[in-house]
Design a protein around this ligand. Structure first.
Ligand SMILES: [Zn+2]
Length: 172
């Protein structure tokens, strides 16, 4: 087993056979975001996978990618289905368009990376931070250390970026 750890009391296992994810999380453990770049068409892809989704070539190389982007969409969880998340509601799951490769291979596409909204030190964001974030918010990647060899890529507000007024689902 490449990774065997607990996160918020939940068991996280990564098997050696899951070659692409083992490599991906090895970089994450070093707080470095890497993605596979196809050797044939040169496009990056996410999530890590065996073959290129654009041209089906199986050869790729791992390259460092800047962890910056804008929120494409989000879900605000108020009822935790998974009991481990109960103390953290409401929390945000963000789908983020990376700046890198945005608009390729077609104008509507982007590398869309799913992760939680966190504080800069990697804890799930408190309610006052959750309320600030919506579609369009500029975010940067940080890493939450879970165990030796396992860090989770997460998003936090990019304090250095100029922020648009985010769009949020209407509240009742
Ligand atoms: Zn390709």
């Amino acid at each position: 087993m490449a990774v065997n750890a607990a996160y918020l009391g939940m068991q996280l296992d990564l098997n050696d056979l899951d070659i692409e994810n083992v490599e991906y999380f090895k970089h994450c453990a070093a707080h470095s975001f890497h993605l596979q770049q196809c050797s044939a068409c040169n496009l990056l892809r996410y999530p890590p996978t065996t073959a290129c989704p654009w041209c089906a070539d199986r050869e790729s190389r791992w390259v460092p990618v800047e962890g910056k982007g804008a929120v494409h969409s989000y879900t605000e969880i108020r009822h935790a289905i998974q009991p481990a998340f109960k103390p953290f509601v409401p929390y945000l799951v963000l789908l983020v368009d990376l700046d890198t490769q945005k608009g390729k291979p077609s104008e509507h596409e982007a590398l869309r990376v799913l992760a939680n909204l966190c504080t800069p030190d990697g804890k799930l964001a408190p309610p006052e931070m959750v309320r600030q974030v919506g579609i369009g918010t500029r975010v940067r990647m940080i890493f939450t250390d879970v165990a030796p060899g396992l860090s989770l890529p997460q998003w936090t507000i990019d304090e250095a970026a100029s922020q648009p007024k985010p769009w949020r689902y209407p509240e009742r």
